[in-house]
Design a protein around this ligand. Sequence first.
Ligand SMILES: [Ca+2]
Ligand SMILES: [Ca+2]
Length: 175
Amino acid sequence: MAQAARERFAKKNEAEDLLRAFRRLDTRGDGKIDADELSSVFRILGHTAKKTEIEDMIWEVDDDCDMCVNWPEFQTMYNRCRQDKTGYEPRRLFNVVEFLMNDKDDSGTVSIEEAMQILYLRFGKGLLDSHLEDMFGTSDANSTSDLTLTEFLNSLHLSQAKHLRSTAKSHQQKR
Ligand SMILES: [Ca+2]
Ligand SMILES: [Ca+2]
């Protein structure tokens, strides 16, 4: 695919995935996500999180302080994190959203084939393997198993920590 076509397709695809993730979290369908909804989705996905942790996830992105995340807040959070180069943007809800976006068939796990689609559209072929290795520990589709939400969050956490360390290092070297 030519780069311009890929970028157009990627944008459209990303917008659709984002809306799908929002709807999946808004289990009552009232246009905003609260702590109960988030915790019921976690329960379905077999992920354990403390109530305070879930409330913090919402608090970090709740611009109008109603203890819910509405669609504009959700989009703002997503775009902030996607554009963030420093790694310091709060990413807890974002990482969950990433999982739901990757889980295209709503099976509750992310397969390497699913992850490949999104990573390819975002980064192109060049960086595909290294991103897959960060996520699955290998880029070999035959030797991976699907990731649960907990596993997915753990690998994102590790790769984001790695990223923070390397940014810190390159700052030090510049001095
Ligand atoms: Ca709701
Ligand atoms: Ca809100």
